[in-house]
Design a protein around this ligand. Sequence first.
Ligand code: ADP
Ligand code: MG
Length: 356
Amino acid sequence: MPYRVPSRAELQDGTARMTSISIQSVSKSYGAVSVLKGLDLAIGDGEFVSFLGPSGCGKSTLLFCIAGLEEITQGRIMFDDRDVSGLAPRDRNIALVFQDYALYPHMSVRDNLAFPLRQQKVADGLVRKQVDWAAGLLGLEPLLDRSPAELSGGQRQRVAVGRAIVRNPAALLMDEPLSNLDASLRVKTRTEIKRLQRALKTTVVFVTHDQEEAMVLSDRVAVMNDGVLQQFAEPMTIYRQPANLFVAGFIGSPQMNFLAGPDVPGGQGSNRIVGVRPFDLSPAGATGDGFRLTGELALIEPAGPVHYLDVQVGETMIKGTCADPSGLAPGAAMTLEAPGHCLHVFDRDTGLRLAT
Ligand code: ADP
Ligand code: MG
């Protein structure tokens, strides 16, 4: 039995679009190759969740499983309290936005926006109303009679989003939708997407390999590696309390420093790895009871709001930051200090975060 398609009345007042998504012990294999390995995730109604991880870790595959474009090998996927695991994509009432926007090139913007509604055989008057609503929301009114070829990359992206939301989907699934845009447009467009989602309160699942994009957009981020969920939490929880070494190294730029073995002060022979973020590590003052590392200053890198300081500590090159590097010179001895509460301690064998 198909997932409920919204009635015309619901389309008009927008009440059809609330859905929670529950992914339960989902595995996916292609032949002998296991791509998703027993994932559990509960995405709330109206929540903005990102799937974040390196290329090839299974983000798109999981998104396609939610959409019904890929069949799952094990487990089940629930929309609210309905098992949709066996349903065809068209029966799930979700909308997808891909990296290549796949607009119909021979249709105007207006007809591109109207297409999903026409397919649903929605009456002309309501099609017009919904298209005007989406166009207004996304600032597309002046472009309605153009063809996709006459649009910029950012405008095409907005039309793709408009086409996805025009029929009030229960959930909006986006697979790296910003990666074809240049850097400044990406930042502008992601802000638009976040504002749009706040206004619509639609459940959004957003796939990206860009940790900053995931952090700024999401209510919660699901960090994945090699088909396994690493951590699912609010952005600042993932930043401040990464659950394991993988998450610690993947989140934050520049990357967290890691010290092992003899380079951990007092940590000789220990099975602990200590992590500290460059932004928590700055030149030590005359007094202080923080975590200190001493080495030779190798390089000063100006980066605008801060300068990065590369300090050779034993075998490890450590990156710290400072606002004003005057008086510092490469080749000199340098002590960096971080407040004790900024240290992250991990078990070297399991990679898991240890209580500090
Ligand atoms: P991501 O979106 O995180 O970059 P994908 O979900 O696209 O990763 O792919 C995850 C893994 O599954 C990759 O190793 C990829 O090669 C593999 N894969 C994806 N689709 C297929 C397929 N149709 N057949 C075999 N392997 C596939
Ligand atoms: Mg992908």
